[in-house]
Write a protein of this length. Structure first.
Length: 139
């Protein structure tokens, strides 16, 4: 399938979700990665006017869960995030932050994803890891 078609499908699935609320948009996909971006505006600030760590983690979990889901047979399987960790390294006041999820481990029942959050200048803002569990869909 064409990259643009896949990205359009993922972005369409975000209607009426937290991803839409935070204006998260998937912007690039490859064989073993997915990239999303989120605008840094007052909508995602903490009280002192910088990007809230919780919004950053929501971005990380969104991109990690999406790429994890795409890596399984989604007709019979689904995924759930089970552990996420984040180290926030730098603050951001404006522009966009980008989350790139790449696999560290893709097993049959668990997966581990590394998500690097960067700013418009490719500075590392946060380093996150997401563990997901692969589940059978209830039919």
């Amino acid at each position: 399938m064409d990259k643009k078609i896949i990205l359009d499908k993922i972005n369409t699935a975000n209607k009426n979700t937290l991803m839409e609320t935070l204006d998260i948009e998937y912007v690039d996909i490859g064989e073993d990665f997915l990239v999303a971006r989120m605008p840094v505006t007052s909508k995602v600030y903490q009280p002192d006017g910088v990007l809230h760590g919780g919004a950053t983690v929501a971005l990380a979990e969104s991109v990690g869960s999406a790429v994890s889901y795409m890596s399984v047979d989604y007709k019979d399987k689904t995924v759930r995030g089970i552990v996420i960790s984040a180290n926030h390294l730098k603050s951001v006041r404006e522009g966009y932050v980008y989350a790139k999820a790449t696999p560290l481990h893709k097993g049959r029942s668990t997966q581990l994803w590394e998500i690097k959050i960067t700013d418009d200048n490719d500075n590392l803002i946060s380093h996150c890891k997401l563990s997901t569990m692969v589940l059978n869909k209830n039919k």
